[in-house]
Every structure is written in C-alpha cells, then in structure tokens.
Design a protein around this ligand. Structure first.
Ligand SMILES: *[C@@H]1O[C@H](CO)[C@@H](O)[C@H](O)[C@H]1NC(C)=O
Ligand SMILES: *[C@@H]1O[C@H](CO)[C@@H](O)[C@H](O)[C@H]1NC(C)=O
Ligand SMILES: *[C@@H]1O[C@H](CO)[C@@H](O)[C@H](O)[C@H]1NC(C)=O
Ligand SMILES: *[C@@H]1O[C@H](CO)[C@@H](O)[C@H](O)[C@H]1NC(C)=O
Ligand SMILES: *[C@@H]1O[C@H](CO)[C@@H](O)[C@H](O)[C@H]1NC(C)=O
Ligand SMILES: *[C@@H]1O[C@H](CO)[C@@H](O)[C@H](O)[C@H]1NC(C)=O
Ligand SMILES: *[C@@H]1O[C@H](CO)[C@@H](O)[C@H](O)[C@H]1NC(C)=O
Ligand SMILES: *[C@@H]1O[C@H](CO)[C@@H](O)[C@H](O)[C@H]1NC(C)=O
Ligand SMILES: *[C@@H]1O[C@H](CO)[C@@H](O)[C@H](O)[C@H]1NC(C)=O
Ligand SMILES: *[C@@H]1O[C@H](CO)[C@@H](O)[C@H](O)[C@H]1NC(C)=O
Length: 643
C-alpha cells in the first residue's frame, strides 16, 4: 500500500469501526421464524439470574459459570423498589449497580434479555413495585391510573436512558427488552396501560429495539397480556405439553421465533410447605424437545440466590416465601455446581459448541461452629434507639405506608381501657398484616397472624401498656392483591370496644443496629421474659492458620423460633425453623472480616433457647438445609379461617 493509501486507511479506520458498530442489529425475522443477529439467524439459550439476589462480590463468578454451561445469554429483572426506595431517591451503586452487572455480562460474552417491569412478580416484595405507591389509597396498580403512570414515567425516565447505551445495536449486550410481566394474569386487562408502556419504551430506547411480553401459555393470558408491537412469548415448565404451549404462542404470533421466556428449572418455596424440586431428567428432556424445534429458551432460574433483608414476596391466600431463593436451580443458592448443572450443560452441548476452558469450581464452605449468644435487650426497651424521632400519635392505627416505614417492624402501643383480670378477647378482624407479637406491661400474651389467628385472650389492668409489634412478612407479588398494606390495617378491639389513642413507633433496624453494635455497653441485661421480642448478640473470629479464610458458610438456629439475623450489619434475612422448611441461611464470605471479631445480631421474636438452656448458641455449618421438617404444632395453626 502506498503512503497515500495507508494515510486514507488510517483515516478511515475509525469510520469503519463506527460502520461495523452501526450495523450491529438484532431483530425478528418473521419469514424465517427466528431472530436475526447482525443479519444472521440466531437462537438464544439463556438463564435467569437476578443481580438483586446475589452480592456484587459474586456476580462475576456466577456469570462465568453460566457462560461455561453453554448459555449465550442471561435474563434479569430490574426491581423498581430496589432502586427507588423513596420517591425520587435512587440507588445504583454497590449491590445496586445494574450497569456494572451489564458490563460484566458483556465482558464474559453473555447477551442480556432485560426485564425492567415496571412490575416483575419474581417472588420479590410487591412484585418489584415500591410500597410508597400505596400512599394513594385508591391507586390501581398496573393500570392507566394517572398517579401510577406518573410514577412509572418518572422511574422509566431514569432507568431506560441508563440502559440505552447497553442495547445491542448501540454496542452493548442487551438484545431484547420485556415490557411488564405476565400482564394477562392480572385482572385489569388495560390495553391503554400497555400502549403507554410501549410508547415510553420506544421514546427512551428508540424504535429499533425488540420489545416483547411474556405470559403463561394459555389463550386467556395472552389475550390481556399481549399488544401489537410487543412480540408475544410464553412461559411454561416441564409439566406442560411443548407442542400445545408453542401452539398457543402461534395463535398470537403466527410467524417469528418460538420463545419460552421462563422454562422452570425448579420452583419457589413458601414457609411451611415442602421444599420444591424438579428432576434433572425432566428438565433435560423438555429442554432438548424445545431446542430441537429451534425454540429460544430461558431457564428460570439458572441461579436463584437469596432474598436478603426483607425482600421476599408472598402469594395468596397469604403465604410468604422464605429467605432462600435456591429454586432447585442448576447453580445452588451459593453458586455451587450441581448435578443439574452438568446435565444441562451436556444437553446444551448437543446443540451448541460449549466454551473451552475450566469451569469455576464451587466455592469452599467453612463450618465456623457454635457461637455463644447473649440477650442484650428487648425491642420495647430499645425503642429510643430504634425510633429516635419518637412515636407518632394517632387515634386509630396507621399502616406502615402511612408512617413511611416500608419494611420490617412497627410497634403499636396503647393502654388498656379497662381491667382485664379475667381473659379478655383482643380481636384484629384479620387486620394484622402480617404477624403481631402482643404483650401487656412486658408480659407476652400471644401472637396474631394474618389469615391464621384473628384473636387472642389477654389479661392486665386498666392503664397497663399494650404493645403490638407488627412484622411485615413480605408483600404479595402476584395476583389481584398486590396492593398489600402492612401493619394494623383495621382497628383492634378489646371485647368489641375499639382501642384508641395509639403511639406508633416505626422501627429502623438497619441504621440503628450499626450504632447498637458499637454501643451495646449502654444496654443493661434485661432479666424479664425471654419470650418478648429481643435482641441477642454473639461474636466469632475467623480461625488463623487455615489458608483461604474467610469462606462462605451457613448459619442455623437450633431451638430458636423465628426472627431476623444480621452479621456485621448485613441483613441476611428471616429465619423460621419452627415453621420450615428452610433451616440454614446463606452467609457470603465478603461480609466476614479476619481483622476483628464478626458480630452476629439476632432479633428473636418468639422464643430463644437462651432462657431455658444453660448456654445458647447459633451455629455455622458447611452444608445448606433447605428441606427441613415442617413443625407439626405449627401445622395445626395452618388451618385458614375466613371471616
Ligand atoms: C455490516 O454490513 C455490511 C454491508 O451490509 C456487511 O458487509 C458486514 O458484514 C456487516 N457487519 C457485520 C458485523 O455484520
Ligand atoms: C401434546 O399435544 C399434542 C397436540 O395437542 C398432542 O398431539 C400430543 O399427543 C400431546 N403430547 C402429550 C405427551 O400429551
Ligand atoms: C402524644 O401522646 C402523648 C401521650 O399519649 C403526649 O404526652 C404527647 O404530648 C403527644 N404528642 C403529640 C405530638 O401529640
Ligand atoms: C382495676 O383493678 C384494680 C385492682 O386489681 C383496682 O384497684 C382498680 O380500681 C380497678 N380499676 C377499674 C377501672 O376497675
Ligand atoms: C378466652 O377466654 C374466655 C373466657 O374469658 C374463654 O371462654 C375462652 O375459651 C378463651 N379462649 C381461648 C382460646 O383460650
Ligand atoms: C374472640 O371472639 C370471637 C368472636 O366472638 C371468637 O370467634 C373468638 O374465638 C374469640 N377469641 C378467643 C381467643 O377466645
Ligand atoms: C377505626 O374505627 C374508626 C371509628 O369507627 C374509624 O373511623 C376508622 O376508620 C377505623 N380505622 C381503621 C384502620 O379501620
Ligand atoms: C463488632 O462490634 C464491635 C463493637 O461491639 C465493633 O467495635 C466492631 O468493629 C464490630 N465488628 C465488625 C466487623 O463490624
Ligand atoms: C414470663 O412469661 C410467662 C408467660 O409466658 C409469665 O407467666 C411470666 O410472668 C413472665 N415472667 C416475667 C418475668 O415477665
Ligand atoms: C434443644 O432443646 C432440647 C430440649 O430442651 C435439648 O434437648 C437440645 O439439646 C437442644 N438442642 C440444641 C442444639 O441446643
């Protein structure tokens, strides 16, 4: 090449690159019944991973394992309430750094199917919708309700412009974007809402993005869930007839790629129901069937992860999900390789070339052993720290949303209006959402529970303090009852007399527990009843002389009943061995330190072993137990009473 030619070549080089970028395309080929990527036939074999259920520390490890399974794409939800905890307040850093997650996927060579909702279901609190939407009492969620649309418009106006550079055609990994989720399963069937979303997505992402919907494989669902301009896909598991399910998709989309957007590798759990599993054989058989038809498949979940903190959702009739979202997925809750992983990898290898190189191994687990715990104080004696702003006065009870406390606990306090020397009937009219720990002058009286226990007998004297500590067990994430108010949503009555003049304490467990840990000398050991909701603390050090510590572990609660646990201020979630089936909670190693003792804080709501055993402890073990016993005494209270 001459100098002049070389000069031209160098000048043109950036333009050529830009040109190559510009014709990155991803589209639907209606004639060929397939997707086209850069003009060439493309089929995805994808897996679901929710970044909100895995610490950022482990994102890369999990994505690499997904890549090595032979997947060419991942699918993730974006939970709105995870990113906008208060109206106009946004979280996009650390474990919330969605853009970093997308960059990692891109670097590893995984395409992305993005599901930004705004509603996502996902067994996630309120299906990802922020609870503050309920401040408007008459709001109709997932509809053309003007206030709902305004909030959606604001949120997607923040999120979607962030996502635009990550679209495939703009040089990023996102090939398709889902609008809403299983909308056909919702009662409102509001096409104007879907049209509003379609326009909003186009406005922020451009016209050349492949937008799609997902619904259960039934004509009824697709009717209300699909809209012209949004490519309709279906979801189904191993129990379904593949031919029939895709025929349903074909009724709405006569041409175009076959897509199962959620092929279930396992299933979700609820407290007090047996741990769910699906056999590898069934999954492999159905997957091979779908792949041999040329279908695009997303495996839901490929790794389930954990509902840390208070993030679990619930189904109806009210039944909350546990902390683990293991899902019996091919990668375990802790990201471990399972027999299902290798079975799926082998099946995928029959259709696609598997990537070369080693598969990242399962992370080692360490049994740190027993950690002695001691009671520090009751919740009642800690109110000035948990609620530094002091209580809210109200004649009648206010809900969590009304006191702007969205998660965890609110304590409602009043005085007994009359002597109750004989047991008197305290009734909730099933207005306790979701569980209330009741005491009079510091003496436990019993527990009220949504749909299960509507009333208890209490005793006390006129003027005694009645405390009702209400726990939000997770908002309904599916169906028509997602407007799930928490707290005392109706009045409490004492022998049909409405209790009045409440002091309402919204309890901030997260920030105050940090200061609690560092100032616990300020607390006097409270000798009173152990069955009052109480805090317990314990410390453990990472052993020295053993290489590669700290490692992941699991924490379990022998003879404890129900509560919440933090390690070094990280909210690991709820434990409830008294109900089962989950026994151990996953503890990722990045929250542990070697330089100082690690602090365990437990809020036991019912009964800890510390008062009836000489010594009480929690225990760190190296194996998970997610299919523990369902207590038979708890079973009897399972009888659902209706009004
Ligand atoms: C971009 O388009 C040109 C002309 O249509 C084609 O030759 C080239 O292969 C395309 N690039 C890619 C990456 O597909
Ligand atoms: C699945 O459905 C198709 C079409 O309705 C039917 O022909 C086939 O027998 C069904 N397969 C099974 C296993 O039931
Ligand atoms: C709230 O009620 C308590 C007594 O129940 C009273 O002492 C206090 O002044 C009240 N506070 C407000 C702000 O009304
Ligand atoms: C409640 O009972 C106590 C003694 O147990 C008594 O002194 C008091 O007068 C009673 N109060 C009312 C309102 O009956
Ligand atoms: C509540 O107390 C009343 C007497 O005041 C008694 O008849 C009833 O059986 C008690 N209920 C329970 C569930 O203990
Ligand atoms: C309270 O009263 C209601 C209505 O009379 C009754 O159904 C319920 O069993 C009573 N609760 C207790 C604990 O006795
Ligand atoms: C409690 O009862 C009062 C008086 O009947 C009523 O105005 C109020 O709305 C009720 N509150 C709730 C939360 O049901
Ligand atoms: C544990 O708590 C103590 C105070 O009780 C504090 O000094 C220490 O920094 C905490 N450790 C960690 C790892 O947070
Ligand atoms: C502890 O609770 C029991 C009932 O569970 C009660 O009889 C006892 O008085 C309580 N003890 C204290 C010190 O409050
Ligand atoms: C649990 O409690 C039972 C009965 O009090 C006791 O025998 C057992 O040793 C306890 N288990 C543990 C692990 O502390």
């Amino acid at each position: 090449m001459t100098r002049r030619e070389l000069w031209c070549f160098l000048l043109l080089q950036p333009l050529l690159t830009a040109g190559l970028q510009a014709n990155r395309t991803f589209e639907i080929d209606y004639n060929g019944d397939q997707f086209l990527k850069d003009g060439k036939p493309f089929r995805y074999i994808s897996g679901s991973i929710h970044y909100s259920r895995i610490p950022r520390f482990y994102w890369k490890d999990r994505l690499l394992k997904m890549k090595m399974a032979g997947l060419n794409a991942i699918q993730t939800y974006v939970p709105w309430n995870f990113h906008e905890p208060l109206p106009g307040m946004y979280q996009f850093s650390g474990d919330h750094d969605l853009e970093y997650f997308l960059q990692l996927a891109d670097e590893i060579g995984l395409l992305v199917i993005l599901r930004p909702g705004p509603y996502i279901c996902a067994e996630w609190d309120m299906g990802g919708l922020p609870a503050w939407l309920l401040e408007k009492k008459s709001i109709v969620l997932r509809s053309s309700d003007v206030d709902y649309l305004k909030a959606v418009d604001n949120w997607l106006g923040i999120l979607l412009p962030k996502m635009k550079p990550y679209l495939y055609q703009n040089g990023g990994p996102i090939i398709t974007v889902q609008v809403e989720n299983e909308y056909g399963s919702y009662f409102s069937c509001d096409y104007n809402y879907l049209r509003f979303l379609l326009n909003l997505f186009h406005q922020h992402l451009g016209k050349d993005v492949v937008l799609f919907t997902t619904d259960g494989a039934s004509e009824k669902y697709l009717q209300c869930g699909s809209l012209q301009g949004l490519y309709a896909t279906v979801d189904f598991g191993t129990g379904s007839n593949v031919t029939n399910s895709f025929l349903i998709q074909r009724k709405i989309e006569p041409r175009g790629p076959l897509v199962n957007s959620e092929f279930y590798t396992g299933w979700l759990d609820h407290w007090h129901e047996a741990h769910q599993t699906v056999s590898s054989e069934a999954i492999v058989t159905t997957l091979m069937d779908m792949l041999s038809r040329g279908a695009n498949v997303n495996l839901y979940m490929f790794i389930g992860g954990t509902n840390f903190g208070f993030w679990n959702g619930a189904n109806t009739p009210y039944s909350p999900q546990p902390t683990s979202y293991d899902y019996d997925a091919p990668l375990s809750e802790a990201g471990d390789l399972t027999e299902k992983y290798f079975a799926l990898r082998e099946a995928i290898g029959k259709f696609e070339k598997l990537p070369e190189g080693p598969i990242p191994p399962s992370t080692p687990k360490f049994a740190y052993g027993k950690v002695a715990m001691k009671q520090v104080n009751t919740v009642e004696k800690t109110l000035d720290i948990l609620c530094p702003a002091g209580p809210i006065n109200s004649t009648y009870p206010l809900t969590f949303v009304e006191v702007k406390q969205y998660f965890g606990f609110v304590l409602y306090r009043t005085t007994l209006p009359k002597n109750c020397s004989e047991p008197v009937n305290l009734s909730s009219l099933n207005g306790v959402h979701d569980r209330a720990y009741v005491s009079v002058n510091g003496v436990p009286q019993g527990i009220l529970e949504r749909n299960k226990v509507f009333s208890i007998n209490i005793t006390g004297e006129a003027g005694d303090t009645l405390d009702v500590l209400v726990e939000n067990l997770g908002r309904v994430n599916y169906g028509s009852e997602i407007d799930d108010y928490k707290g005392l949503i109706y009045n409490l009555t004492l022998e049909s007399v409405i209790l009045k003049d409440w002091l309402i304490f919204p309890l901030d467990m997260e920030d105050t527990l940090q200061c609690y840990l560092s100032s616990n000398a300020a607390f006097k050991k409270n000798p009173s009843n152990s069955t009052l909701p109480s805090f317990y603390v314990g410390h453990f050090s990472i052993p020295t002389g053993i290489p590669d510590l700290p490692q992941d572990t699991y924490i379990q609660f022998p003879n404890w009943t129900k509560g919440q646990v933090w390690i070094n201020g990280f909210n690991l979630g709820r434990y409830w061995p008294a109900r089962g089936p989950q026994v151990t909670l996953y503890v990722p190693r990045h929250i542990l330190v070697t330089s100082a003792p690690n602090n365990i804080t437990v809020l036991e709501l019912e009964r800890s072993p510390c008062n009836f055993q000489e010594k009480c402890f929690v225990e760190m073990v190296d194996k998970p137990v997610l299919d523990g016993p369902l207590s038979s005494s708890e079973k009897s209270s399972k009888v659902v009473r209706s009004l």
